[in-house]
Design a protein around this ligand. Structure first.
Ligand SMILES: [Mg+2]
Length: 243
């Protein structure tokens, strides 16, 4: 893990900063972790191990990703599919109904901004163009952005279905930003860092305490970017130190 500004000074000034939403600006994954635990309790009669349920659910989610994409609704359909598979079709409708009620809870949960987010976004909005780049259910992400109270600080809000190099290229084109002046900030090396480096941008990784297994990448791919302990370190990181 690299810290400091090793990879910032490589090129010209940053004019535009992209922020990821889930687990970068606001808490998200911990709600999925909790729901998965409740789901494992529900499936206990058929599969009495949290690890085994997690593994099975992950397998189904991976299988469905190309068709369902990311977010609560995809997660819910994958839970229902897993419940049917694991119980060999015996899961009662009352259980399915419970799973659906968890989905509604997840969609309706208040947006909990992470420490330092408001101050950092407010401060950087005075010096940089800010773009929010978040992926998942369009409707849910729009509602989270609105409830976050941060929308006004951003020059652009991009809700995308996948974060690959083509997506970032398209977003930057739309805002008239060249990759060399762009810095992306996010908790996922796979989605927020590597595709941005690939198109010639820069990126900062700010890890969150939980990461969805399908967002993890091998440690050997953790190179070519800096890691900061907290979003509160971003302003100092972007301020060139006197030499
Ligand atoms: Mg994220």
């Amino acid at each position: 893990m690299s810290t400091g500004t090793a990879h910032l000074a490589d090129a010209g000034p940053i004019t535009t900063i992209g922020f990821d939403g889930d687990d970068t600006l606001w808490d998200s994954e911990s709600h999925f972790v909790l729901t998965t635990k409740r789901f494992a309790d529900l499936l206990e009669p058929w599969l009495p191990s949290l690890d085994a349920v997690e593994e099975q659910l992950l397998e189904v989610e991976g299988r469905n990703l190309g068709l369902l994409g990311y977010g609560v609704k995809a997660f819910t359909l994958s839970m229902i599919e897993t419940a049917i598979e694991v119980s060999d079709g015996a899961v009662p409708a009352s259980h399915i109904s419970e799973i659906i009620s968890w989905a509604k809870e997840l969609l309706d949960h208040p947006v909990d901004l992470l420490d330092g987010v408001v101050e950092t976004v407010d401060r950087l909005a005075t010096s940089h163009r800010l773009i929010l780049v978040t992926k998942g259910d369009l409707f849910h992400q729009e509602s989270k952005v609105a409830r976050s109270g941060l929308a006004e600080s951003f020059d652009g809000i991009e809700i995308v279905s996948e974060k690959d190099p083509e997506t970032y290229r398209r977003v930057l084109d739309r805002h008239g930003v060249s990759p060399g002046e762009f810095l992306m900030v996010g908790n996922s090396v796979r989605s927020d860092v590597l595709p941005v480096l690939e198109i010639g941008g820069r990126a900062v990784h700010i890890p969150y305490h939980v990461t969805w297994a399908l967002e993890t990448v091998e440690p050997e791919r953790h190179q070519g970017f800096d890691t900061l302990p907290s979003i509160s370190d971003l302003v100092d990181y972007l301020t060139p130190s006197p030499t």
